[in-house]
Design a protein around this ligand. Structure first.
Ligand SMILES: *Cc1c(COP(=O)(O)O)cnc(C)c1O
Length: 432
């Protein structure tokens, strides 16, 4: 049988991040000032981000060296394994080859540590003492709490209220790593207090939590804000995923025909796919790239491509992206990490230009796929990642119809060990 688990040595780990902006034929639309709608310069972002990250956000350098201090921490779980899903293929009776990259092996359980470690490091270097952030399902809050812990930074997490009560163990995990977690909207910010007064029963949203975290960072000294997806520097840090995948596939003489990732803000999709989009932009190869969204929050498939705010209170700069509108509060689906009204400007532009396709699925077919995967490959996937699994299975089933032996690569962005109540609801037919 062909190889199942393809691993790399530590010394084969990528030493650089790839900046796709450098390969765009036309520059990406700049962020705009939230009051004047004029393009902003780097200094406008300095109250909330360290200079080094702002530089990366606007960089046109093609490759950026990963500092040794970051590599040293990445080494605790990277390079992550790539698997051939032999048992899933057999179940589906497909001639397709299915590979998946397991980002669930990081201590926090998802790909988000690839950027949280980098962001905490650059903040520490510039003297930040405290970082604020928002978290939806809790994965980003965990990843940042872990990272702050490594660099002796305080971490304040505004956790979307519905998840705070649905996923108490995510909160425990953040507390173990020293994070300070409050449900959002909270009494700790002006915007939180105002929202609680107007809508005491609100389940909260990422947009509201971002407004609180940004306000907190602006109001407090030595405090910066950190975002776990959407921004260019986040997409950049995630490119280690695709760079590893490419080396791993080379070891088995393969190149993907289709690359798949679920898409909330777009970072794990960017992570797995930009390395392959690079080949497309260079005219070397032509893989299809597919973004998979929940039909309850379909920014790429049904949103508009225009400037919009990143948060509910209209405090963040405007970004050109596919959006459902910043006032939209998505329903409380179980893939909480995919409940964001917009999508990364990089992913949005690639979609608008036809380099990335987008599809959406309802919760039931997604959980059907998750369970098929768990029962064949063994790993219990995060509901977010299960969107990518659904799409990979459907593409493999198409190959069964046509007899094509395509190579399919998808990103298993995280494990689902904190999502047992969602699985229970699925088995009890209580999902909406
Ligand atoms: C946060 C998260 C996502 C969604 O965020 P992206 O930025 O779109 O990757 C997907 N999967 C998992 C496991 C997550 O934690």
């Amino acid at each position: 049988m062909e190889q199942t688990k393809i691993i790399l040595d530590e010394n084969e780990m990528p030493k650089q991040w790839y900046n796709v902006l450098s390969d765009f034929s036309s520059p990406i639309e700049p962020p705009l000032d939230p009051r004047t709608w004029e393009p902003i310069g780097p200094e406008a972002l300095e109250p909330i981000f360290p200079k080094s990250l702002i530089k990366q956000e606007m960089s046109s350098e093609r490759f950026i060296d990963i500092p040794d201090e970051i590599l040293e921490i990445y080494r605790l779980w990277r390079p992550s394994p790539l698997y051939r899903a032999h048992r899933l293929e057999k179940l589906l009776k497909t001639p397709a080859k299915i590979y998946y990259k397991n980002e669930g092996v990081s201590p926090a359980g998802s790909h988000k540590t690839n950027t949280s470690i980098a962001q905490a490091y650059y903040n520490m270097k510039e003297g930040t003492e405290r970082i604020t952030t928002e978290t939806g399902a809790g994965q980003w809050g965990s990843a940042l709490s872990l990272a702050c812990n490594y660099f002796d930074l305080e971490c304040k997490v505004y956790m979307v209220r519905s998840s705070y009560y649905q996923k108490p163990y995510r909160k425990s995990m953040m507390t173990i790593w020293g994070g300070n977690v409050v449900p959002s909207p909270s009494e700790d910010t002006e915007f939180g207090r105002q929202t609680l007064k107007e809508q005491p029963e609100t389940p909260g949203s990422l947009g509201i939590a971002i407004s609180e975290a940004v306000e907190d960072a602006i109001e407090h000294d030595s405090t910066k804000y950190s975002l776990g997806s959407v921004l260019n520097h986040v997409m950049l840090h995630q490119t280690v995923i695709g760079a590893e995948c490419k080396k791993q596939l080379e070891k088995v003489d393969t190149y993907p025909d289709i690359v798949i990732g679920c898409c909330g803000g777009g970072s794990n999709l960017a992570g797995v796919s930009l390395e392959f989009i690079k080949d497309r932009l260079e005219g070397k190869r032509n893989p299809r790239v597919i973004a998979v969204e929940p039909s309850a929050c379909p920014s790429l498939t049904e949103g508009e491509y225009r400037y919009d705010f990143g948060d509910t209170a209209e405090m963040t700069p405007l970004l050109k992206m596919y959006t459902l509108d910043h006032k939209y509060v998505p329903p409380a689906i179980h893939a909480g990490g995919l409940r964001y009204h917009g999508a990364s400007p990089i992913i949005s532009k690639l979609c608008a230009e036809g380099l990335i396709e987008a599809v959406s699925y309802d919760q039931y077919p997604v959980f059907d796929a998750a369970v098929q995967f768990a029962r064949t490959e063994g790993i219990v996937p995060a509901p977010e990642s299960s969107h990518a699994i659904r799409c990979a299975i459907d593409e493999a089933l198409k190959c069964k119809q046509t007899g094509e032996e395509k190579t399919i690569l998808f990103n298993l962005s995280g494990h689902g060990h904190f999502d047992m109540s969602s699985y229970d609801k699925y088995f009890n037919k209580e999902l909406v």
